[in-house]
Write a protein that binds this ligand. Structure first.
Ligand SMILES: C[S@@+](CC[C@H](N)C(=O)[O-])C[C@H]1O[C@@H](n2cnc3c(N)ncnc32)[C@H](O)[C@@H]1O
Length: 269
């Protein structure tokens, strides 16, 4: 692929999602766009690039962004953040707000729903301990397609095997052949909404916890900084931000600082 053609996709992807791709990923671009070309009945990559240069339809642009962004996720991903949610974060919020409070949680960039459903399952599992607490989970993602999957709550054998303990699998899912569907009482705990992290965040109000994991890693420093500063305005003073294992606020923003001794957990500065 010619560098000037690659730039058409690179610039569009950056403007629409914040994702940064470099020319060494040109092979990935071509392989991931092959199904998009087919879906839209376009003969080849050169014709797609021509279309992209002249006011392309929104559906085509959305499909290209979807194809290029990474949706990798799993239930109880990395386990530790969820242990900290149970052992440090919820107790910390109850201490600040009282035992009969409402705890609002935002799973930003929730992909196919494993992260917010994991939180829903944890709330059921700890229901006795947190009897007076009301939880609200808002889960957002840029991709409509991945949100449709999340809302359906249907997972393959492979997807559930990747993180869901067997006891919880049989308790919270129903099985039809190779498909496992999350039960309605967990599904109904999560409100899914399409949202681009590049956009203003005021519409969501204020949260006690924000899970923003494994998405900022794809953005440049400037975009990371802008998103984190907007998030700092959306989290209560007593609140928490959780990031992925390869992510940090350090050197990016002073709006959050690490919670001492709790890797991956940040609090407003
Ligand atoms: C790798 S997944 C992370 C899922 C989950 N948070 C986890 O840690 O397992 C990244 C998700 O970010 C979403 N995403 C990418 N750019 C985004 C943006 N600008 N706004 C909102 N979501 C975005 C993608 O659609 C994808 O579902």
């Amino acid at each position: 692929m010619k560098p000037q053609d690659f730039d058409v996709y690179k610039n569009m992807l950056y403007a629409k999602s914040g994702y940064v791709i470099t020319i060494d990923k040109a092979y990935l671009l071509e392989s991931r766009l092959a199904p998009v070309i087919k879906k839209h009945g376009i003969a080849n990559m050169d014709l797609l690039t021509m279309k992209m240069r002249s006011n392309p339809p929104t559906a085509l642009v959305d499909d290209i962004v979807d194809a290029m962004t990474t949706n990798e996720t799993m239930f109880f991903r990395d386990q530790k953040p969820f242990d900290k949610f149970r052992d440090v974060i919820v107790p910390g919020i109850i201490k600040a707000k009282g035992p009969n409070c409402t705890i609002r949680i935002w799973s930003a960039a929730c992909s196919s729903g494993q992260e917010p459903y994991t939180l829903g399952i944890m709330m059921k599992e700890n229901a006795l301990k947190w009897a007076g607490v009301k939880f609200e989970i808002i889960a957002t993602d840029l991709s409509r397609e991945i949100l449709d999957q999340a809302k359906a709550g249907k997972y393959s054998q492979f997807e559930v095997q990747r993180g869901m303990p067997i006891m919880m699998l049989v308790k919270y899912f129903t099985q039809t052949g190779e498909t496992w569907t999350i039960k309605d009482d967990i599904k109904n705990m999560v409100q899914f909404r399409q949202f681009n992290l590049l956009d203003p965040m005021e519409q969501f109000g204020t949260f006690d916890v924000i899970f923003c994991r494994n998405v900022l890693i794809y953005f440049d420093q400037q975009t990371k900084g802008k998103i984190l500063e907007k998030m700092a305005k959306r989290v209560h003073k007593h609140g928490y931000l959780l990031m992925g294992g390869a992510e940090t606020v350090l050197g990016i923003t002073q709006a959050f600082k690490p919670l001492e001794g709790e890797r991956g957990v940040y609090i407003p500065a």
